[in-house]
Design a protein around this ligand. Structure first.
Ligand code: HEC
Ligand code: HEC
Length: 472
């Protein structure tokens, strides 16, 4: 808060300039404000959309295997499940310690009960294997950066091990290190202890301990019998010539395989909009086509949601209501300043990454903290962000109730000074669109749904190598 108020004038000015600058051009300038000229192609994806099958199969198991969590009670899929459209259907996730899936998840009991909600919405994982997604997370704290020794700017800095193939793989290194998401609380297990002492990459660190589990060398694993790991043959098939015995398995191999799985399973480029881009002019309804013209034209959506995937891969402040436990800044530590926490630059105050809008009709609640629960609601928010912020109905938030957590959820939103700061950071100018135009925009957003993404049951394995249950 202090940072914000002191430099409010300066950064408002700075961010306005920045915005104008952004509009003048960067690498996406060719696409900005225009209907994309070319359709999505295989070459837009890593490995030209065709990584080794055995690597994808390994990644599929790892994504669903709770062996990757400190207390063996949560997998990546818990928050990005195929049955909840690669998110969790909640505004804010219930991490390790909770039980159940999606809106039926609970906050756990006794010692295992969660300590706080995860502070941001679990984003969908559609199309993130496309090369243009060079920044991961709502604040882009993982990003491709050639000036870094590992090739990526990331929360572990120079300690990030080499060999990670792309930002999606780098991302997969981190959920396992988070106490609330997957590692557990200090004292509960050795992985949680290593995470709590910030030992990720060192001897006995989180990644080495997880590799030992996958190597079949951790006596606490349910499959441990002193012989070999049920994962060995899968790693050997995924990395021929690179992995011969269990000693060769590292968590970097696991992360690269998870990324290959995510990229293949959740590529989604067969929507009506894609059919239209591929030349089928009847591919989209007339209403959606009018919506598309508004989106890439007069409504200005493509100033930020540009290109084939509807994102400039950049950051903007659009006065989203702030809910949940926050990221340790602002009022009682419950606020979230977005990109500013990564760059330390006050011009980035409250900016969040422009999300892709592929499959957006499937992936609510929407926004970095899931504040909005209807697609029309979040579209209308864009038309007058500050008025929408002040009129925000907290009943929109989809949060698993627990009195002590509820007591925190709306502290920032209820605080007039915090709300004024959110309003002052906004860079999205209000505009008047009629109901008919909003209906057309929403029809276009619905035309971004790939029918193959509506039913993802086949991505759920029947069992996982560790033998741990798949039920949440
Ligand atoms: C407890 C819930 C939870 C679990 C478990 C979890 N995630 Fe996430 N995931 C999130 C949240 C929340 C974010 C956004 C965090 C942020 O932006 O600060 C996220 C972000 C991501 C992103 C970035 C998406 C984007 O658009 O930038 C990917 C990819 C992802 N997770 C994959 C994984 C993988 C792989 C695992 C397992 C290794 C995993 N997640 C485990 C909640 C979870
Ligand atoms: C100034 C840049 C900007 C413009 C212009 C813009 N948006 Fe957004 N939009 C964003 C950002 C940034 C977010 C994410 C905000 C957050 O998470 O706090 C977002 C979020 C969304 C979401 C929610 C997506 C999700 O997965 O949560 C939808 C839907 C959306 N925008 C649609 C539109 C439409 C339709 C228009 C045109 C009327 C538009 N946007 C114009 C920047 C913009």
């Amino acid at each position: 808060m202090q940072i914000a108020t002191v430099s409010l004038g300066i950064f408002l000015f700075a961010s306005m300039c920045l915005h104008a600058d952004e509009k003048r051009g960067n690498k996406h300038a060719a696409d900005r404000g225009e209907i994309p000229k070319s359709p999505v192609r295989d070459s837009d994806f890593y490995d030209d959309g065709n990584p080794r099958d055995a690597k994808v199969a390994l990644g599929n198991f790892l994504f669903f295997d709770k062996e990757l969590s400190g207390n063996r009670n949560i997998s990546c899929a818990t928050c990005h499940h195929s049955l909840t459209d690669t998110g969790d259907g909640l505004s804010l996730p219930v991490g390790e310690g909770g039980r159940g899936l999606g809106v039926t998840r609970d906050t756990g009991t006794g010692m295992d009960a969660i300590h706080e909600r995860v502070p941001r919405n679990a984003p969908p994982v559609f199309n993130l294997g496309a090369r243009e997604f060079v920044r991961m997370f709502h604040d882009g704290r993982v990003e491709t950066d050639a000036s870094q020794p590992s090739g990526f700017r990331n929360p572990a800095g120079e300690k990030l091990p080499p060999g990670l193939e792309n930002p999606l793989a780098v991302q997969a290194m981190f959920p396992v290190t988070s106490a609330t998401e997957m590692a557990g609380q200090a004292g509960e297990n050795p992985i949680a202890d290593a995470a709590a002492s910030a030992n990720l990459a060192g001897p006995g660190g989180v990644w080495e301990q997880l590799a030992r589990r996958l190597q079949g060398k951790d006596p606490s694993s349910p499959f441990y019998d002193g012989s070999t790991s049920p994962y060995l043959s899968l790693f050997v098939a995924a990395y021929p010539g690179e992995i011969a015995g269990v000693e060769d398995i590292t968590f970097v191999h696991a992360a690269n395989a998870i990324a290959a799985f995510e990229a293949v399973a959740w590529r989604a480029d067969n929507s009506p909009f894609d059919r239209y881009l591929r030349g089928d002019r009847e591919g989209m309804s007339k209403e959606a086509e009018r919506g598309m013209k508004l989106f890439y034209g007069k409504a200005g959506c493509a100033d930020c949601h540009s290109g084939k995937f509807q994102t400039d891969q950049d950051f903007h402040a659009i006065a989203m209501p702030q809910i949940g436990p926050g990221k340790g800044v602002g009022l009682n530590g419950h606020d979230d300043f977005g990109r500013q926490a990564v760059t330390g630059n006050s011009a980035d105050h409250r900016k969040f990454r422009t999300p892709t809008l592929r499959n957006v009709a499937l992936t609510g609640p929407w926004g970095h903290d899931g504040a909005f629960n209807t697609l029309e609601g979040i579209v209308r928010h864009h038309l007058n962000p500050v008025a929408s912020l002040n009129a925000y109905d907290t009943a929109e938030a989809i949060l698993i109730p627990r009195p002590d957590l509820n007591a925190i959820d709306f502290q920032v939103h209820s605080d007039a000074a915090s709300r004024a700061d959110i309003a002052a950071s906004n860079t999205l100018a209000p505009q008047a669109l009629g109901d008919e135009q909003i209906t057309q925009l929403v029809a276009f957003l619905r035309a971004l749904t790939d029918p193959a993404s509506i039913d993802l049951r086949l991505d759920v394995p029947v069992n996982v190598p560790s033998g741990l249950p798949l039920a949440e």
